[in-house]
Ligand binder design. Structure first.
Ligand code: S3P
Length: 173
């Protein structure tokens, strides 16, 4: 059985919600949200880190924290939307566990982000067409990274049990 499951995908694709459900369903497994891990490690919120230090520093913290989590066992890790696209993060995830891409269309992501309460520096202040265009462009740019996941899931169709079954039958690294 794999020891780590990495949920990847665009902001708003439901990584944290699914991760919590999975951890509740899978005996002895814990969910860790990478952003929350960074926030507690550096005692700052993600928007504060972006504002005070800038994105480049955030990306270093993110890669460091991912490396730490890649040694934990029986964990579902919710990556940030940008995590797979920087440094060797995709390689770190694929060499230490099962990465799953929660694939959704820009329109569905847009609808979900409209109702999300999480503060996200990259989309702060963007609304309607501007937000939809941003999602469409950014997703195109990022998809080649996301598609390196070991498993691609149609996040609109898959139920929690589909994920559990896929994880259970996936060969360990
Ligand atoms: C980011 C996504 C965020 C967070 C940061 C940057 C991105 O995580 O890591 O705001 O680059 O897409 P979520 O995908 O959990 O919102």
């Amino acid at each position: 059985m794999v020891q780590r499951v990495y949920l990847i995908g665009f902001m708003g694709s439901g990584k944290s919600t699914l991760g919590r459900w999975l951890a509740n369903t899978m005996d002895g497994w814990t969910f860790i949200d990478l952003d929350h891990f960074i926030e507690s490690k550096y005692h700052k919120t993600i928007p504060q880190i972006f504002e005070d230090k800038g994105e480049a520093v955030f990306r270093n913290m993110e890669a460091e924290s991912l490396k730490t989590l890649s040694t934990f066992e029986k964990v579902i890790i919710g990556a940030g939307g940008g995590t797979p696209c920087f440094f060797d993060n995709m390689e770190v995830m694929n060499s230490t566990g099962l990465s799953i891409y929660l694939k959704l269309s820009p329109q569905v992501i847009y609808d979900r982000l409209q109702t999300s309460k999480t503060q996200r520096p990259l989309i702060m202040g963007k609304h309607s067409d501007e937000l939809l265009n941003f999602i469409t462009d950014k997703l195109k740019e990022r998809e080649s990274f996301y598609m390196q996941a070991k498993l691609i899931a149609d996040a609109n169709e898959w139920k929690v049990q589909d994920f559990v079954e896929a994880i259970e039958k996936f060969p360990p690294n």
